[in-house]
Design a protein. Structure first.
Length: 161
């Protein structure tokens, strides 16, 4: 190679820039697929509802009031005990659409929530709640998202077959 002919090839900076751009494109492609899966959607829904249950149970303890959650096959609503009966709080219904369905477990039995009379779970003013399980399913998801609660006030969220 003579001194007058320019060197051929790419600089290290150019190669690194291309590798970074490829990495960004691949990460967007992978994230897009993960966010669109029905299992991830159900798990995010269960996490959000578990947070809402925790918040209402904390509010029950701080305000010395009892709260309940009324489940239907497609929605979950917040109830407040007024001393005589359960009243639905305004704008508290979370509707999950036609594709997501809910099942409620009370006393170890999984059932259709529309068959229940009264709330599926109750947060008492002492910070405890009735043991329960809520399962969210989607027709195209092989797994179901589940929220489980113990009498001591512990919540767990996860996916199950």
């Amino acid at each position: 190679m003579s001194a007058n002919t320019p060197a051929r090839g790419y600089t290290l900076i150019e190669i690194l820039v291309v590798l970074v751009l490829i990495g960004i494109v691949v990460s967007f492609a992978r994230l897009g697929g993960a966010f669109n899966s029905p299992e991830r959607t159900l798990e995010a829904l269960a996490q959000r509802e578990a947070a809402r249950i925790r918040e209402r149970c904390d509010q029950a303890e701080l305000s010395a009031a009892d709260f309940g959650f009324l489940a239907t096959s497609r929605a979950l609503s917040v109830l407040r005990w007024d001393g005589e009966k359960w009243l639905q709080e305004a704008n508290s219904e979370a509707f999950y659409g036609d594709q997501v369905s809910i099942k409620v477990e009370k006393d170890g039995v999984l059932s259709d929530p529309d068959a229940l009379s009264g709330p599926a779970l109750v947060c008492t003013a002492t910070g405890e709640f009735t043991p329960f399980g809520l399962e969210f399913s989607h027709p195209s998801a092989p797994q179901r998202a589940r929220i489980s609660g113990t009498a001591a006030g512990e919540l767990t969220v996860g996916l199950r077959p």
